[in-house]
Design a protein around this ligand. Sequence first.
Ligand code: BGC
Length: 731
Amino acid sequence: MNQEALEALLQDLSLEEKVYQLIQYQGANYSEDAVLTGLLDRNHITPRELGMAGSTLCIWGADKLRKIQDACMAVQPHHIPMLFMLDVIHGHRTVFPCPLGLGASFSPALVEQSAAVAARESAAEGVHVTFAPMADLVRDARWGRCMESTGEDACLNGQMAAAMVRGFQGDDLRSPEHIAACVKHFAGYGAPVAGKDYQNIELSEYTLREFYLPAYKAAIDAGAKMVMTGFHACNGIPCTGNTWLMQQVLRQEMGFDGVLISDYCAVNEMVTHGFCEDLAEAAGTAMDAGVDIDMEGRSYAAALMKLVQSGAVPVARLDEAVRRVLRLKNELGLFEDPYHGASEARAGEVVLRADHRALARKIVAESLVLLKNQDGLLPLRKGKIAFVGPCGEDADLRSAWSFSGDPADSVSVRQAAEELGWETRFAKGCTLLDNDTRHALGLFHTDAWKEENDTLLREAEEAAAWADTVVVCLGEHRLQTGEAASRVHLRLPEIQLELLRRVAAQNRNVVVLLFNGRPLVLDEVEQYAGAILECWLPGTEGGHGILDVLTGAVSPSGKIPMSFPYAEGQEPMSYDHFSSGRPAVPGTETYVCRYLDCPDEPRYPFGYGLSYTTFALTGAALSDREMYPGKTLTVTASLENTGRRAGSEVVQLYLRDVTGSRIRPVKSLKGFRKIFLQPGERRQVSFTITEEMLRFYTRRDRWESEPGRFRVYLGTDSRVEEYLEFTLLQN
Ligand code: BGC
């Protein structure tokens, strides 16, 4: 439809039709043919209202969505197609590693491909929009949604979020291969006070702009069609009604002109926040802030029509919101093909296609982080290998946000190990969780738990005593990480630690595989394991990708995207903190910025990860010692694979602004490159340093650079100490 026709359609809509374009009901309300369901009864929504709504969420399935589309379009006086939205977060039916694992791959190119696969599969099953990427920066491992983020760094997150947007949306949104992306949760949702989900955030404008906003901006610059507001209040004002954030920062400064949707019921929740008196005020406040769609909440449905009739919400504002929704439908080609190419036949062809699985396997291997490898315990040598631990048998290696994936399609560590034909034994060892935790998560629990575990532990001990090497698979339950899954204890459950102790008493060669969606406190794991491989929540091809690395077919190359603490009390933490006036440098033990009872640094820092081979990064050089305004510099170095295996290393560029009108981070990542080298191979690596990279929110409240000295670090993790220096000259 051309722009004039779209505008004519908008002008022809009744007030009621317009308002309904901005209302989104939960997909569970729709049965196959959009007739009343039980839920609908309870929710007091009439079939007509369901049909009139502009969009829905959380359903998929080609036939089902085609029928719902037909039924809803029949109800609509202008037969406007509905938008189907879903959380396609890290894959659809082919599930990729959780976003924290994707971040660990340090490979935006692969992440883009994974998003393209997710788009192809979900589009074939009727989805038009995904609620991804989540570009929230995370620094507090207590927050369960770390799992959905790509990590603690603005540059890494920005590159990953942009890659996901490109992968989802492609060049042509009308294509049945692509869906629209929705960046979330604007803004700063990853910094809740005390790591508790949904809590407010307290961030200075400087901190917000320096660390939290850049990744959303990168996704918007990559063309993301939608943005979602956060549930939380930002410095006292709920995001969903935060005019400064949504109008000034998002619309004006970032230039975002797409659809802004609230998070689930976030409009209504402004009443619970104590920010609005009732749903009518909440609806008016959200409209005022620029929120176009009310997700599942009933505020727009309850009040928007009256607010427009009374003039409290101007017709022009209503039209603006509806125009954006219609424009997105048009960009997706829904007026010509309301199914966007979805059909059971197409889904049958693309879902879990062999190349999708192969990509997932590759990405799993690239996302694994080798944290420790004493005496070259890994890769495994052929011999008697025991796989023990609850995560090894489990094919459900997905996250809580991969509900469209089916565990039946997944490959467990056990399955992949059995395929090898090696001499292996398997023992579950213990249940993943103890009884009380299962109860707390609403999972099945049994009084027979203790005896069951005693038997499992004994079997694991026997397997460990038999083996040359024991691979112990431990981790979090998928419901322990994700939304509403904040925790203050970041250790593995006691029952799993007991298994580890008992196994270690039988066998000195212990390899631990970790399955988790957040950094954990690993003290006992460190104590007993000779090698530790961080596997995240790896998804459909988890077992294969892990075995590729365990056997040495692939060298591990993942890097830590979020610092692992020694103790929970260190949280929140990140490598790019500001310098205090009294940093704890060696030799200054008293009255310095440190803990008395815990190291100052993380156990595993950002950017860290081992390989089976070794690399030498040498000869770093800058093209000039001075940078003239408007010009760039180049920093180069040589990377050589000095070991005996092929492998990839991630070269990381960090900058430090030595003096600023506001104190600056001790180091900030500005670029990274993952490079694959054969043994003995050497390659020049170079990065361009631009004046844009030096900008920050200065004391003049402007995003600009300041002349002065800058340090340049090239390294293979964030601890790199050697640097070169240049001066940015005055304009
Ligand atoms: C989450 C969002 C998600 C939405 C729709 C909310 O609870 O915060 O991230 O996109 O639900 O499922």
